[in-house]
Design a protein around this ligand. Structure first.
Ligand code: ACO
Length: 215
């Protein structure tokens, strides 16, 4: 495979891949049955979240020499002062399953307090979606996607790269690449109305924010 930049014309190919893998296999999506009891529904809100990231021009994918997409990293610029906006779009998300995930991401955004921790950093790049074809896992494709993202980020003047890892495996990948964990929230401790929201299967026990300075 090769790692290449994603362009807007790749949108449908990217969604095809994500519907097959990320939508079904990200640990929280599995836990909340994002695609319904039978797994045959779609999640328009997550599709839009993915598609809207592509025009930022910071995303990369792994493609085989026959043109099949086997991995995707959807990346975008992350700016301060958007928490209220994030909160209201989470609270108003019509899909009640996906709403839970957006609300978790708001909580992580607030508690990780990244802009206060790095006051000298004005431009951050955020890895929003990381996905690899099931049969190709454990061969370093995620790490290759993250490496390419970092290269693209540096070319574009970003000074910090950030990944919120909901999966133990994405956390392993970024830790291996030298990222630092600056915040973590165990799923056991994340409650709403006094009840634990997520119960993903082991080894996924927490969401963790990892960062790396780009100099
Ligand atoms: N069992 C044990 N270890 C595994 C497995 C597995 N099934 N899969 C990956 N790993 C380990 C690797 O050994 C490696 O650790 P190491 O460097 O200590 O050896 C680490 O996890 C990452 O390995 P890669 O091969 O680079 O990762 P991979 O290409 O398999 O992709 C990914 C990882 C993207 C998380 C993949 O498992 C996936 O698509 N999962 C479903 C979607 C998902 O959960 N995405 C991440 C959510 S967080 C986010 O999107 C920002």
């Amino acid at each position: 495979y090769q790692i290449v930049k994603v362009t807007p014309k790749d949108g449908e190919k990217i969604l095809d891949h994500l519907r097959k893998f990320f939508f079904r296999e990200e640990p929280l999506n599995i836990d909340i049955k994002l695609l319904g009891e039978r797994g045959d529904e779609t999640c328009e809100e997550l599709e839009n979240y993915c598609i809207e990231t592509i025009p930022e021009g910071l995303s990369v994918m792994a493609v085989t020499n026959t043109g099949r997409v086997v991995g995707v990293s959807l990346n975008g610029q992350h700016e301060p002062g958007h928490v209220d906006e994030m909160q209201s779009s989470a609270d108003n998300c019509p899909n009640l399953r996906f709403r839970k995930i957006l609300q978790l991401l708001v909580e992580v955004e607030k508690k990780s307090d990244i802009f206060t921790k790095y006051p000298d950093v004005d431009k951050q790049i955020e890895v929003r979606i990381l996905s690899v074809d099931t049969v190709m896992r454990g061969r370093g494709i995620a790490k290759a996607l993250l490496d390419k993202t970092r290269e693209l980020a540096m070319q574009n003047g970003f000074r910090l790269m950030r990944v919120d890892c909901t999966s133990h495996f994405s956390a392993r990948a970024v830790a291996r690449l030298g990222f630092e964990c600056i915040f973590s929230l165990p799923y056991e401790e994340y409650c709403r109305d006094g009840k634990q929201v997520f119960h993903p299967a082991l080894p996924h026990t927490q969401v963790a924010t990892y960062v790396q300075r780009l100099n």
